[in-house]
Design a protein around this ligand. Structure first.
Ligand code: G1P
Ligand code: ZN
Length: 553
């Protein structure tokens, strides 16, 4: 084995987005593309002096490594090991077979007090040779690196000329136990064990075992992604759910052709099962890296924003949260349903930009316990990522503790707090210039939208959301154009930061309804007037030539 110093080149576009660096697999497979990014990351983690001198901060340190098992995962693991081995890392904890769900990476970093971890995933984006790949760094708190770090890595990718890499042969990544590459120890760990231990501490597993003994049924669709082994081990293994409760449970490199995004559009098979006459009591799905979740009752889909609100309202029923919540946080586009619960409970509710990384400081500072996003993500202080299976266990526990169905829990919630009708309309693969032009025009229109009468409503706030982190004072500007109306309705426009093809415009629509007799309308109908307003304000159809959203969830 020898250390090689190889020339590399600057690749355009290696700036991490909402959640790490995500590109088409073909982009990642270009010679030295992944290497360049990882070398830049390791240089930044080692400490970079202003003159470009690389420090030694990784010496004696442990990194966690694993991914969602998608195409290129195994190749990337080998490359990263060969780079880490000669860039000062002392030890890597590698999920067996290169597998670790995103919340499991977070759990392992925290439980083993690692320096940080590398997650290989493009989350809910399709996989396979024509699909997407991604890489993300998580810090010692278990959460996604902050923007200062990701920007430093990006800057380094643009300045780097050399790679330091071992020429060792590929390692065995499938056998549990320790081995060595150069001076670095690689410990192949059970990808599930640490995570299960965290769940055991939070939930009443005995009560849940009892629930299944009484005949409770569920269907969890792991969408051929990484959540399968975790769900099987916990739900069927530990808790005694009937065999076969977890379906599509074996992670496949291309997710079996499925789009592993747990929403009513992509998890249509689950929706069909949950509306059948013999539907199980409870249904759920997770995404590619198992950090997202969708939960359903019989013939009843729970909106992610409502999920967060209900979790907040009932948290004390769960052992891990029995002493109450420190506070809650939601991303700005997430509906304000949770705000009402927080107010009733007398706890703080923070509104952050989109992306889980913005919750990290609040969680670390003990300001919040639960967080959530409209994009099928909920989580808590147990890790620093959103967590799909955790959310499933939470909802299972709510049903066990109250003896009530998903639908009756949600309807009771609406009766108490009102219903926030909610939908997100995505316009995908818009040419970047068109999308940018639309946002520029919207921003320019803000002064004249302030106070404007639109349909039956008056705009009480028209702005481009900016966030000042209450913990470290950092400011994140331009996080989405929002129109807030006098009746609490909102329309929000922002561009996705995770796409890999052109731009995706997201329009978030929310309408509050306190009257119980009006809480049972079809969602899109209840939001139709807001859709008309969004069109009037942004001219999406005219600018994009698209007649409607590609996806409406
Ligand atoms: C999307 C979601 C966002 C989530 C992120 C990572 O980001 O909207 O809530 O945190 O994926 O899962 P976007 O593409 O909107 O930037
Ligand atoms: Zn994900």
């Amino acid at each position: 084995m020898a250390i090689q110093n190889l020339p590399t080149q600057v690749f355009a576009g290696q700036r991490p987005g909402t959640s790490g660096l995500r590109k088409k697999v073909a982009v990642f497979m270009q010679p030295r593309y992944l290497e360049n990014f990882v070398q830049a990351l390791l240089d930044v983690l080692n400490g970079l002096a202003p003159d470009g001198q690389v420090g030694t901060a990784l010496q004696g340190q442990t990194l966690v490594l694993g991914g969602d098992g998608r195409f290129f995962n195994r190749v990337a693991v080998q490359t990263i090991l060969k780079l880490a081995a000669v860039n000062g890392v002392q030890r890597v904890l590698l999920g067996q077979g290169g597998i670790l769900s995103t919340p499991a990476v977070s759990a392992v970093i925290r439980r083993r007090q690692a320096f940080g971890g590398i997650v290989l995933s493009a989350s809910h984006n399709p996989g396979g040779p024509d699909g997407d790949f991604g890489i993300k760094y998580n810090a010692s708190n278990g959460g996604p690196a902050n923007e200062a770090l990701t920007e430093a890595v990006y800057a380094r990718t643009q300045a780097l000329s050399q790679l330091r890499i071992s020429d060792a042969p590929d390692m065995d990544i499938d056998t549990l136990g320790s081995s060595q590459i150069e001076q670095m120890q690689v410990e192949v760990i059970d990808p599930v064990a640490d995570y299960v231990a965290v769940m055991r501490d939070l939930f009443d597993f005995d009560m849940l075992r009892g629930l299944f003994k009484q005949g409770f049924t569920l269907r969890v669709d792991a969408m051929n992604a990484v959540g399968g082994p975790y769900a099987k081990a916990i739900l069927e293994g530990e808790l005694g759910a009937p065999a076969g409760s977890v379906v599509n449970a074996v992670p496949l490199e291309d997710f079996g052709g499925l789009h592993p995004d747990p929403n009513p559009v992509n998890a249509e098979d689950l929706i069909a099962h949950m509306s059948a006459a013999d539907a199980p009591d409870f249904g759920a799905a997770m995404d590619g890296d198992a950090d997202r979740n969708m939960v359903l009752g019989r013939n009843f889909v729970v909106t992610p924003s409502d999920s967060l609100a209900l979790m907040t309202a009932h948290a004390r029923l769960i052992p891990g949260y029995s002493s109450g919540l420190l506070g809650v946080a939601r991303s700005m586009p997430t509906s304000a349903a949770v705000d009402r619960v927080a107010k009733a409970l007398g706890i703080d509710c923070f509104e952050t930009p989109t992306g889980w990384k913005f919750f990290g400081n609040l969680l670390d500072a003990g300001r919040v316990t639960l967080c959530g996003e409209e994009s099928y993500g909920t989580g808590s202080s147990h890790v620093r990522e959103k967590d799909g299976l955790w959310a499933i266990l939470f909802w299972l526990s709510l049903q066990g503790a109250t003896g009530r169905s998903v639908e009756s829990l949600v309807r009771e919630h609406w009766a108490t707090y009102g219903r926030n009708y909610y939908s997100r309309h995505d316009y995908e693969a818009i040419p970047t210039e068109v999308a940018d032009g639309l946002m520029v025009a919207l921003r320019a229109a803000l002064p004249r939208l302030q106070g404007a009468q639109l349909g039956t409503r008056t705009v009480v706030l028209a702005d481009d959301f900016a966030y000042t982190d209450p913990v470290d004072g950092s400011v994140s500007a331009k996080q989405g154009v929002r129109l807030v109306f006098d009746d609490g309705a909102r329309v929000i426009f922002r561009l996705s930061g995770t796409g890999t093809e052109g731009a995706t415009l997201r329009i978030y629509l929310e309408n509050y309804e306190a009257d119980v007799s009006r809480q049972d309308q079809p969602v899109q109908a209840a939001l139709a007037d807001l859709v008309a307003i969004s069109e009037q304000v942004a001219g999406v159809r005219e600018r994009t030539g698209m007649v409607g959203p590609t996806v409406a969830t």
